[in-house]
Design a protein around this ligand. Structure first.
Ligand code: GSH
Length: 206
């Protein structure tokens, strides 16, 4: 399978963490793609209408995109039920909410990033950026409130949170979120030492 990928994308990182947990890393051929709303990657756009990464091209040529869909597919390939509790377990819905919180943190941080990296300075809108920043802050607080689930819950919980917090650190180190959320900081800093976190760490060249 081909995974359109960038080392800086937190959504891709979540997928790679899941693949590692499931023993599927070797099945993913990483294909580098540089995508922004202003610069599409022709290869990605030709298979995925939104031209976003991650996008996964299966061996039969069909394509899956959106990290949540890809993660579910990988879990299915690995036998199912290894990332999330079953639908009969209320914890499943708590895990999916946690994933939505972490993905939403990434969405807001990415929009904040595009605002400074892509939008011409005269067109920037500080109030809008501040609104994205508030979403990021509330999402981080919500992740800390879910700390027991990050430590002892379904495996996908920590992968989602770690990808999102790693992206916040990478793009907005000045946020200093550990000051207000030291327990979450301790959790993340310990989790970030895992080998799969180290080799999926975002880099400026990725
Ligand atoms: N909901 C999507 C979001 C994916 C996404 O926004 N990826 C970014 C890279 S980090 C992207 O492809 N941006 C290009 C664009 O917005 O055109 C997912 O979970 O996969």
């Amino acid at each position: 399978m081909k995974l359109f990928f960038s080392q800086t994308s937190p959504y891709v990182r979540k997928v790679r963490l899941a693949a590692h947990h499931l023993g599927l890393t070797d099945r993913l051929e990483l294909v580098t793609a540089v995508v922004t709303p202003l610069a599409e990657d022709a290869a990605v756009a030709s298979v995925a209408p939104l031209s976003k990464i991650p996008a996964l091209v299966l061996d039969d040529g069909s394509v899956l995109f959106d990290s949540r869909v890809i993660v579910e597919y990988l879990d299915h390939l690995a036998g199912g039920g290894r990332l999330l509790p079953p639908p009969s377990d209320p914890e499943r819905w708590a895990s999916l909410r946690l994933q939505a919180t972490a993905d939403g943190l990434q969405d807001a941080a990415l929009l904040g990033r595009y605002e400074v990296a892509l939008r011409p300075e005269p067109l920037r809108w500080p109030e809008w950026s501040a609104g994205q920043g508030r979403k990021v802050s509330r999402a981080i607080a919500a992740l800390e409130a879910d700390l027991p689930r990050l430590k002892d819950g379904a495996p996908l919980n920590a992968m989602c949170a770690a990808s999102a917090l790693g992206y916040a650190d990478f793009r907005f180190p000045e946020l200093g979120w550990r000051t207000q959320h030291p327990a979450l900081g301790d959790f993340f800093d310990a989790y970030a030492k895992r080998p799969e976190m180290v080799w999926t760490h975002p880099t400026f060249t990725g």
